[in-house]
Each structure stands twice: as structure tokens, then as C-alpha cells.
Design a protein around this ligand. Structure first.
Ligand code: PRX
Length: 649
């Protein structure tokens, strides 16, 4: 099996009888052409599948200079109504909306119908109201992967509150920063989470965060039943405070451009940004992408293995599937517990039809061997997908051959927190695939490659990936900091949205994402700013300076390599290295744990004091034979010392 990507390696889509017929190649061509020629007509037609309180007459209303993005502006709707109530009203109340697969395969799972979902969401919504939350308020959700996390999101949407979901793996400091940034007065959490039988102390983390910031109320869902502290007047058990709430709660009529959620994500500089998505455009975008990309058919079971703390969970566990009336599987645990066959055991058990995961999980499972897959009957699978980072062709082929029986189409979906939903992918019934390439733009998407000077590259070329026109699911701003939004995405190449990714387009027009071109790294599909890890390190009393870079890692995609200079008088040691690793875990969360810590007396800097990261990246990659020009360094001898001390040998 080779791990190289070839522009001419085609994997043919299965005969149309056995896959999606929602969109053939000819239909894709004509729909894509129409989406560009007449976006208003195209998107009005897509929007028509939703229930609107007031149907929009203004469809696309955006400008990239100055940046002002609006879609369906004069429409009114509620996304919770579209995800829940309208299916019940249409007589589908008995259909299963969520299948909950718990951490332990021996624990009891749940099947939640649309009617039950409606009841649960109303209960949560009225409880939030009882605690004082209302339209426009920010509600933080810090939950394990249990259905109550979805109830909480939908409950916010129902009452018009803006949810800010924080991944359950983040630290108390990360929670505090996010709660403070969006001035959130409510937190919904659980006593504890479970991941691979390990306990995640969610409520204890919230308590620690609340030593730094304060909120009006914390709503606590009892999950493990573990011992936790409850502060009188501030903390409320969900099962207690929800007692006796009304069993009706009308969906709040929302303007299409009313905020739906904030989701914090990392960039090159500064602390994570609160990316803001609004109601109408995001609703249409997630409904449409789910429908076409996953070629969803009624009755099928869809499983996206992401966490609701990431955008993938927002769009393809919650809003995309539920707006389509789909059955979404929600998994609390991890792929290797109790054994490396957990994904496949759950696919077999629930007869999963569409499976969507991240390359890092595929690589980790591939390493354990195909016997874990072969043990299970995966004949229900009709489509398998990948998201979050570039998938190397070897992992793609393994996924296709062993999980997809060499027959099931693989979709490699490129998108971002900021894009709200899938942007580049092959469509299963329409397109042949190429291992390692995401494929073609989705309806309405105009990718453009530019060189570092901003000159547009035509035809087969490699460059920086921009998008030249807005699409309904585009983020509208950074919460509370529109200038930062403009600065981050629209200033590098004026008048275009810059994705931060490098990309190649081949002669067939297929796009190949090559990874970030900024100081963002992607570790096991988790997006992280190197600057965040650096800030965490320099908070330690012994650290004088830190520079963090990514390097290729077999399983994680990228690993975290930290160069650290200590304050005068402090000595490097194994013990201190261990302490710094723990320190970063505590400051940010376990996902940011450094893989390599390299103590160095100095960092390579130019005479003006700028750290030459290019050199640090090369040494971290163990590729110091091609360091390029080092003559502009203030002290070129630093490089020799760094090479000698390299950790990734
Ligand atoms: O670098 C790209 C990578 O993940 C980044 C976005 O991360 P995040 O906002 O956390 O969203 C991840 C899930 C949508 C992108 O800038 N990325 C995402 N999907 C792919 C990818 N890189 C290559 N191929 C993909 N399919």
C-alpha cells in the first residue's frame, strides 16, 4: 500500500443503483451552475424545504468590502422548530431522532423519538427560562456526549438564547475565558463525564472556573451520580429544578440574522475567537449540506463520531440530521474502549448506514489491524466520510477497503468552524473519488487559489485557499469583535475570505487540502493555535520564552513540539519537562499536551528579534538538512545547538 497521492488515481463511484440517487453527476453540474448563476433563486428553493414563520424575500445580501454578511434577511424562523416540532407535526413523532450509545457497551443506551425529543427540549427550555435565561442571552454548555447536551442546545435555540458549547476536554481556565468573553450568565453541565471508563470532572472544572468568573446559575444534569459540590443559590440539579415546569414552550420567532450560537476556535494569534453563526443561513446550509453530501434517505441511521463541542457535532449530530428528520447516533465514549472494535461493534449493533469520522481515528484503528473490523457485520454501511484534517491516501484506502468493503463511497469533506458546514467534497452518487483529495466545491462555493502576493492562480496550481463569494452558512462575525473578524479572514487577500489552508487543484478540478499555512496546528483533528500553547508555557514561573510548532505525526496528523528557554538560574530536567506537560494540560486541556519538550538556551532570532519559525519547524520535523538561509540570524550558532538537542529523532 503506498501512501502517496496521485492525481490520476480514481476510485469509481459505485453503480448508481446501489448508492445515492439524490444527485447524479449531471444534476450536480446543473445545480452547481445554477447556484452560481442565480444564487437567489437557488437558495430560495433550498430554503423552501424549511418551515418559515415569515418566508424570506431577500436571499443573498452580503458584501466582503466592507464585510457585512446577511442571508434570508427578512425571513423569520426557529431552527428548533425545524429540527424537532415540524417532524412531530408531520406525523413522524415515533421516528427515532437520537440513538444514545453509552461509554460502556454494557450500560443501557437510549432511543429517543422526535416526540420524546420535543418533550425533553421543552422541559430544558422552560427550566432555562425559570432560571432567568431569555432571548439573546449567552448560555454556556459544558457537557459530556449525552442526549441532554443536545437538549440544551435545542432548548437555547427554542427560546432564542445563544449557545456557546465548550468541549468537555477543556480546562477550567479555558471555560473561564470563554464565559467571560461572551458574558455568559448560565452554564449547563453534568456532574461528570465518562470517556473510556475514565471520569471527566465536569462540575468540578466548572467550580474551578467560577473562582475566576461568576454566573447567575449553573444547571447540573446528573449523569454518573458521582460526588460533586453544589453551591446553594447558584447551582441547580436539573432533575429538581425542572420539576413542575410547563409542558409547553412556544418556539421564539427569530430573525434569520439573529445569532444562533458562538463557538470558540483557535487562530494564529491571541486567545480563541468566538465565531458567531446566525439562524437562517446556518439552518439552510446545514439542512442542504446534510441532505446532499450524505445523500440521506429517510429511515437511515447516521453516525458522526465528533463531539458536540466542535462544529462537526453542531452541524452533523444536531442541526443537519435533525432538520432532515434523520436518526442520529450519539456516542459517549472513545474508539478503543473496551477494545479497538468499538466503532464497528456499534455500527453493527445499530445498523449504521452512514458513518462519519476523523482521519486520526482511522489511522489509530488501522494500526490495530483489520481483524477488529472483520469481526463485525458492516453490511448496513452505505457511505463513509472523513473530516477534520487531511486524510493520507493510505488511511483513505484502508478505510475504503476494510470499513467500506471496497465498495462503499468515501467522502472527504473539507470545511471549518467558520464555514458552518461542508464546502468541498465529492457527492456520493455523483462523483468518482481520489484518495487524498476532498474533491469538488459544494453548491454555491467558489474556491480560489492565490499565491502569497494575492495573484489568482488558474487551472492546475497550488496556493492559498480563498473563497470569493459568501454562502449561507458563513460565520457572520467574531462575537464582540467585528474588526478581528475582518482582520483574520478578509485582510490577507482583500475582498476574499481566506481560509488559512494551503491547497492544490489538479487538472480535473479536484481540490487537495495540504494543511494550514498559518500558525494553527491540527492535532488529532483538534484545531489549536501554537500561540495558545506558548502563552500557557510562559505562564509557568520557570519559563522565560517558548516557541511551539507542529510536526508530522503518524496517528495525530500533527504533534506538538515545544521549544522552551528557562529563566536564568533554572536547570532543565526530565522532571521539569513532565511538570510543563502537566502544566499545559491544566491550562488548556489534555488535547494540548506537548509531545516533545526541547529545552534550549536560546531561540533562533533575526537581528530584529523575530523568531525564525521555519527553522524550528524543520528541526521538529527532523529535517535539518534543508534549513535554508540562516545568515540573517542574530546568532547562527544557535541552530547547531538546537539540532544537537532535537527531540524527534
Ligand atoms: O485545515 C483544515 C482542516 O481543519 C481546519 C478547520 O478546523 P475546525 O474549524 O476545527 O473544523 C474542523 C471540522 C470541520 C481546516 O482549516 N480540515 C478540516 N477538514 C479537512 C481539513 N483538512 C483537510 N481535509 C479535510 N477534509
Amino acid at each position: 500500500m503506498s501512501n502517496t497521492a496521485h492525481d490520476d488515481e480514481w476510485v469509481r463511484k459505485p453503480a448508481s443503483a446501489s448508492v445515492g440517487t439524490n444527485c447524479t453527476a449531471a444534476q450536480y453540474d446543473s445545480m452547481y451552475a445554477e447556484s452560481l448563476a442565480d444564487p437567489d433563486r437557488f437558495w430560495a428553493a433550498q430554503a423552501d424545504r424549511l418551515d418559515w414563520i415569515k418566508r424570506p424575500t431577500k436571499i443573498a445580501g452580503w458584501n466582503y468590502d466592507p464585510v457585512d454578511i446577511r442571508w434570508f434577511e427578512d425571513g423569520k424562523l426557529n431552527i428548533c422548530h425545524n429540527a424537532v416540532d415540524r417532524h412531530v407535526a408531520a406525523g413522524h413523532g415515533d421516528r427515532v431522532a437520537l440513538i444514545f450509545e453509552p461509554d460502556s457497551p454494557d450500560a443501557e443506551g437510549r432511543h429517543i423519538t422526535y416526540a420524546q425529543l420535543q418533550t425533553e427540549v421543552i422541559r430544558m427550555a422552560n427550566t432555562l427560562k425559570k432560571l432567568g435565561a431569555k432571548k439573546g442571552d449567552r448560555v454556556t454548555i459544558y457537557m459530556p456526549m449525552i442526549p441532554e447536551g443536545v437538549f440544551a442546545m435545542l432548548a437555547c435555540a427554542r427560546i432564542g438564547a445563544i449557545h456557546s458549547v465548550i468541549f468537555g476536554g477543556f480546562s477550567p481556565d479555558a471555560i473561564a475565558g470563554r464565559v467571560e468573553d461572551c458574558e455568559s450568565d448560565w452554564i449547563v453541565t453534568a456532574d461528570q463525564g465518562l470517556r473510556g471508563s475514565k471520569i471527566v470532572p465536569l462540575k468540578a472544572n466548572v467550580d474551578e472556573a467560577l473562582e475566576k468568573v461568576s454566573v447567575k446559575a449553573v444547571l447540573v444534569v446528573r449523569h454518573t451520580g458521582g460526588e460533586i459540590a453544589m453551591r446553594e443559590g447558584r447551582d441547580h440539579w436539573y432533575h429538581e429544578v425542572s420539576q413542575g415546569v410547563d409542558d409547553e414552550c412556544p418556539c421564539e420567532p427569530m430573525d434569520a440574522e439573529d445569532p444562533l450560537f458562538i463557538l470558540y476556535t483557535s487562530g494564529s494569534t491571541g486567545s480563541p475567537k468566538g465565531v458567531l453563526h446566525t439562524t437562517g443561513g446556518y439552518a439552510v446550509w446545514t439542512e442542504t449540506t446534510f441532505r446532499y453530501v450524505f445523500d440521506y434517505r429517510p429511515g437511515e441511521v447516521f453516525w458522526c463520531t465528533a463531539d458536540i463541542g466542535w462544529v462537526t457535532g453542531h452541524s452533523y449530530i444536531v442541526y443537519g440530521p435533525l432538520q432532515n428528520g434523520a436518526t442520529a447516533l450519539m456516542f459517549e465514549g472513545v474508539p478503543n474502549y473496551p477494545d479497538h472494535d468499538r466503532f464497528w461493534a456499534a455500527c453493527e449493533k445499530h445498523k449504521v448506514n452512514i458513518f462519519y469520522t476523523a482521519p486520526t481515528a482511522i489511522r489509530a484503528l488501522m494500526r490495530e489491524g483489520e481483524a477488529h473490523v472483520a469481526k463485525h457485520d458492516l453490511s448496513s454501511l452505505r457511505l463513509i466520510g472523513s473530516v477534520g484534517e487531511p486524510i493520507n491516501p493510505e488511511a483513505w484506502r484502508w478505510y475504503h477497503e476494510h470499513v467500506g468493503a471496497g465498495a462503499v463511497p468515501v467522502i472527504d469533506t473539507w470545511w471549518q468552524t467558520e464555514t458552518g458546514g461542508v464546502m468541498i467534497t465529492t457527492l456520493p452518487g455523483a462523483h468518482d473519488m481520489k484518495p487524498g483529495s476532498a474533491g469538488l466545491p459544494f453548491f454555491g462555493i467558489c474556491p480560489q487559489l492565490v499565491d502569497n502576493d494575492g495573484d489568482v492562480l488558474e487551472g492546475a496550481a497550488a496556493g492559498n485557499l480563498c473563497i470569493t463569494r459568501s454562502w449561507p452558512g458563513q460565520a457572520r462575525t467574531v462575537y464582540g469583535d467585528h474588526d478581528r473578524f475582518i482582520q483574520t479572514y478578509f485582510s490577507t487577500y482583500a475582498g476574499k475570505y481566506f481560509t488559512g489552508d494551503g491547497c492544490r487543484r489538479d487538472a480535473d478540478g479536484y481540490y487537495w487540502i495540504t494543511g494550514r499555512v498559518d500558525d494553527v496546528i491540527n492535532v488529532s483533528g483538534h484545531r489549536m493555535g501554537t500561540a495558545e500553547v506558548e502563552s500557557a508555557l510562559v505562564l509557568h514561573a520557570y519559563v522565560s520564552e517558548a516557541a511551539v510548532v507542529g510536526y508530522p505525526h503518524d496517528i495525530k496528523g500533527q504533534g506538538i513540539y515545544c521549544y522552551v528557554t528557562l529563566k536564568v538560574g533554572e536547570e532543565p530536567s526530565e522532571e521539569l519537562a513532565g511538570e510543563l506537560r502537566q502544566w499545559v494540560r491544566k491550562e488548556i486541556g489534555p488535547i494540548a499536551t506537548p509531545d516533545h519538550l526541547h529545552f534550549t538556551p536560546a531561540l533562533p532570532k533575526t537581528r530584529s528579534g523575530k523568531i525564525m519559525r521555519r527553522i524550528l519547524r524543520k528541526i521538529a520535523e527532523n529535517d535539518f538538512g534543508s534549513l535554508g538561509d540562516t545568515s540573517t540570524l542574530a546568532d547562527p550558532s544557535v541552530v547547531e545547538t538546537l539540532i544537537e538537542g532535537r527531540q524527534n529523532r
